[in-house]
Each structure stands twice: as structure tokens, then as C-alpha cells.
Design a protein around this ligand. Structure first.
Ligand code: SAM
Length: 259
């Protein structure tokens, strides 16, 4: 039987890795490296660094495969393009598991942050098992998400006392999503969606490249800092060639300072 590990490696700082993840790295014979896009080299380097730093036994190996890209542009249906992307990824994963991993070996996907948050690896491995085209066992090892990193770096709790938190995408925010939650975490924002929020009195806690040496943090009243975030974000993307950022939007506290 083949074994696959989906290992959350934390969202930026190599020190975010958990002891459970370190043990999982040390059980792995073959690492699948599947990054894509402009951040590809940085993300692959970080994964190799983690392996060098934390694996004590020699003999593990890597296989790199170009990760399929999602169709983009005007007229492309977002949901359909994601479904097509996941089918392409599934075919790539099937081939790698079939051709590169021997029976009795353990392979691992090193997932940025936590595998349960805006990541398709678990869904894809389940789909492969359901298709019956490969047989394997798999385990999921949780990691520190960019949401946790954001809250820690800004030293804020995500929720007001006893209140909900919602996690959403920049795409949904830009489309005018109305949320009942008084704390909203926004990820995957390619479009400066915070600029389109009607309530400019919200507090924003913004972070980019969290946990890395390039980390950027800005916080304040949305109406006061939105232009600065947009400017800093644009400059950072130009300087680095890519950006990953996340932010918390929340209603300002009116009365109860203990919140
Ligand atoms: C495909 S999702 C992956 C999320 C990841 N699984 C997690 O647990 O954080 C990518 C999005 O996560 C956020 N993100 C990931 N790493 C980040 C970091 N180091 N700093 C800021 N945002 C980050 C950004 O919103 C980015 O667009």
C-alpha cells in the first residue's frame, strides 16, 4: 500500500511548522512539489529549506511537476474554471502517484498554511480515491494558517467576545457580499476589494508576506488607511513580482473595551 501525507507547513515562517509536521516530514520518502505562478520559486525554496532543516535521515527525494493553471480573463466562469483546474490537477497527481511512488513508500504534499483552508489537495486526493484509479491511504497534518499569522502579528483576537468570524475571498467582497459577521477575514484578494466596502469606519488589519522577512503590516480605520494599503501593496507586488496578503475587517468597538 502507498501512503500519502498532506502536511500543513504554516504560512510563511519556517518556525510555524508543528512537531507533528516534523515527524511527518521524517516519515516521507518522496515530496511532491507543485507550486505555480510568480511566487513558485520562493515557495519551492521554502519547502526545500524546511526539509533540509528538519529531516534527520538521508535518502528522501523530490519530484517537481508543473501545476496546472486556472483559465482567467473576461468571460471565464470562475466556478467552472476552478472545477477544470482541479480535474487537471487530479490527472497530474494520479500520474505522479502512479509513476513516482513505489508500493510501501510514503509521499507527501507540503501545503502552504493549513490544508483545510482554501486548498484543494484534500478534495483532489478524495476524488482520486473515489475514481478507483489509484489506491492509497492518506493522512492530513494541520498547519498554522495565514489567518492565525495575521492575528498574531497584529496582536488582535479574530472575534469579538461570543461573536462569529467569517472567512471569505476578495472576489466575494468585491461582488458586494454582505456579511452578518462583525469580523470578516478576506483572503485571495487580487483586486483591492477593501476599496469597495461601503462602511469606511470599519477597522482593517492588513498583512502581506506574513511570517517572512518581507512582512508588511498596516492597521487603522479603513477610510484612513485604504489608500496607503493600495500604494504599499502595488509597490511590494512590483518589487517582489508577487504578493500574498490577508486582512481582517471588523466593526469598531463602541462601548465595551474588554472585547
Ligand atoms: C490558496 S490560499 C492558501 C491559504 C493557506 N492554505 C492558509 O492556510 O493560509 C492563498 C491565500 O492565503 C493568504 N496567504 C497565504 N500565505 C500568506 C502570507 N504569508 N501572508 C499573507 N497572506 C497569506 C492570501 O490571502 C493568499 O491569497
Amino acid at each position: 500500500m502507498k501512503t500519502l501525507l498532506i502536511i500543513g507547513i504554516g504560512a510563511g515562517d519556517p518556525d510555524y511548522i508543528t512537531m507533528q509536521a516534523v515527524k511527518a516530514l521524517n516519515r516521507t520518502d518522496l515530496f511532491f512539489l507543485m507550486d505555480k505562478g510568480p511566487a513558485k520559486d520562493a515557495l519551492i525554496d521554502l519547502r526545500r529549506e524546511l526539509c533540509e532543516r528538519y529531516i534527520e535521515r538521508p535518502g528522501y527525494r523530490f519530484v517537481e511537476a508543473p501545476s496546472p493553471e486556472r483559465a482567467r480573463g473576461a468571460g471565464v466562469d470562475y466556478q467552472a474554471s476552478v472545477a477544470e483546474l482541479n480535474r487537471d490537477k487530479q490527472r497530474t497527481f494520479e500520474r505522479l502517484i502512479d509513476e513516482e511512488l513505489a508500493d510501501g513508500e510514503t509521499g507527501a504534499f507540503l501545503v502552504w498554511g493549513d490544508p483545510a483552508l482554501y486548498d484543494s489537495t484534500i478534495r483532489i486526493l478524495r476524488a482520486i480515491l473515489d475514481s478507483g484509479r489509484c489506491v492509497f491511504e492518506f493522512e492530513v497534518i494541520p498547519g498554522i494558517t495565514s489567518v492565525q499569522a495575521l492575528a498574531a502579528q497584529h496582536k488582535v483576537p479574530l472575534n469579538r467576545i461570543g461573536r462569529p468570524v467569517e472567512i471569505t475571498t476578495g472576489r466575494r467582497l468585491a461582488a458586494g457580499q454582505v456579511s452578518a459577521a462583525d469580523s470578516l477575514v478576506v483572503m485571495l484578494d487580487a483586486e483591492d476589494a477593501y476599496r469597495q466596502v461601503a462602511d469606511q469606519d470599519l477597522e482593517i488589519y492588513w498583512g502581506a508576506y506574513l511570517g517572512t522577512p518581507q512582512q508588511l503590516l498596516i492597521a487603522g480605520r479603513l477610510g484612513d488607511v485604504a489608500a496607503e494599503i493600495e500604494r504599499v501593496r502595488k509597490a511590494a507586488r512590483q518589487a517582489n513580482g508577487w504578493i500574498m496578503d490577508t486582512y481582517l475587517l471588523r466593526k469598531p468597538l463602541l462601548r465595551k473595551p474588554e472585547d
